[in-house]
Design a protein around this ligand. Sequence first.
Ligand code: HEM
Length: 209
Amino acid sequence: MKPALTLKVVLASLLSAPLLWLAWRVQLDINQPGTGLGPDAGETLVHYLGEWSLVMVLIAFTISPMRRWTGFSGWLRSRRMVGLFAFAYVVLHIASYLVFYLNLSWQALFEDFVERAYITAGMLAFFCLLLMTLTSTRGWQRRLRARWYQLHQLIYLAIGSALVHLWWLTRDGYLEVALYSLWFVLLCVERWAGSARFIWRTGARQPPG
Ligand code: HEM
């Protein structure tokens, strides 16, 4: 198997593992309520999927640096797949919130959106990811050309607002959210340092997309 394809298969297996684990816990809970997901199954689902959504989005953001660090361009062939995984986790996170917290009430969703700042921040992150997912195909890449790269800078806003979402809803134990934020900040610094080096060396006005 070609190295890029092998990497894709390995990544796909690793990224699906949390969902398979969740499916296992759900079936345990169906057979014997309370055993797989704890006393509040809805809350467990929302939190578990929220946590993994953030990890997946951060992994997607880490793919380009992996290419730079390892010199292996096959990483870029997996970038779209990892982004789609991240989006799928976010959709499941929101779906579990809609079903278990709001009983599928759109009125309640609107009220939460207006009244709870952490929901507003989460929705902003979701809409950025939605736009990026819809335009992630080769067709859109060709159609939008240079504007495609500009549009996909939305990843910064998406992760930034997902982190705000998490900072806002966290009431104690800030270590985890601090570590996620550090992960994001370090990747931003790495990207900006790389762009600055490129501009410095070549005299170009902009780094390549
Ligand atoms: C990119 C988008 C999003 C990411 C990465 C994300 C991530 C997270 C994370 C990491 C948590 C905390 C889990 C934990 O405590 O272990 C969380 C909780 C939560 N999220 Fe999201 N989220 C996103 C979007 C949304 C959206 C759009 C909504 C609602 C419309 C939402 C609703 C919630 C709720 C209700 C909780 C639990 C709050 C609580 O029980 O205290 N999230 N999310």
